[in-house]
Write a protein that binds this ligand. Structure first.
Ligand code: SF4
Length: 216
């Protein structure tokens, strides 16, 4: 399954790290600030996990998500009420939105503990963030600045996650979306997945269809 495949990418590189090179730990939440795009299968998995939280926790999550959605509604490239990012969005509109939510904490981030309330259902981005991303000898994204302290750039490359293998995980998610009849290529954010009216409609057919194969 795609989420486990993302875990495997991380685990393989983590094994190559030397003592002191990895700062990632429970309670470190630097990468949980700033909304980002997630696929619909990830969104539905996250919704199920969030809605299974105890009521008082769930209410707090929903309130934070609703605030994030309301604050960014003017620049959301799509209908913020439905919660789906426009698949045809232009790069400029996407950049403006993600810049606007750059300092928004993820609604399922618990503070002050710094823990993810839906850790087992977190998206692939959360599972692979922290190490660099590379395509061959080219660094696509740098590692988190807390990891690999004082290491030369080559060390980032040696321990980077392979962009092609991560793209294969994304493709597996797209295949999963297609198999479940979800809109092709559609994406959302954690906040919009929790509040968007589109998701109730997307979940309903699966309930009527009866048993389906295990989801990530
Ligand atoms: S889903 Fe969890 S791990 Fe991912 S950004 Fe939100 S709080 Fe952090």
């Amino acid at each position: 399954m795609a989420l486990e495949d993302a875990d495997a990418l991380w685990a393989a590189q983590k094994d190559r790290l030397r003592p002191g090179e990895l700062a990632c730990r429970a309670g470190c939440f630097g990468c949980c600030v700033g909304l980002f795009a997630i696929s619909l299968p990830e969104a539905l998995a996250l919704r199920r996990a969030a809605f299974a939280l105890p009521e008082h926790v769930r209410e707090g999550v929903h309130a934070r998500a609703a605030r994030a959605v309301a604050r960014s509604a003017q620049v959301f490239p799509g209908d913020p009420g439905l919660g789906i990012l426009d698949p045809e969005r232009v790069e400029g509109a996407e950049d403006a939105f993600f810049e606007a939510v750059r300092a928004t904490a993820c609604p399922v981030l618990d503070l002050p503990s710094g823990r993810c309330l839906v850790y087992a259902a977190r998206p692939t981005t959360c599972r692979t963030y922290g190490l660099a991303l590379a395509s061959g000898a080219e660094l696509v994204l740098p590692a988190c600045e807390l990891n690999l302290p004082a290491a030369p750039p080559a060390r980032s490359l040696e321990t980077a996650i392979d962009a092609a293998r991560l793209a294969a995980v994304d493709q597996a998610l797209a295949d999963l979306a297609a198999a479940d009849g979800l809109p092709a290529g559609a994406e959302t954010t954690v906040a919009h997945a929790l509040t968007g009216a589109a998701f109730e409609k997307l979940e309903r057919p699966r309930v009527r269809r009866g048993p389906v194969r295990p989801r990530p």
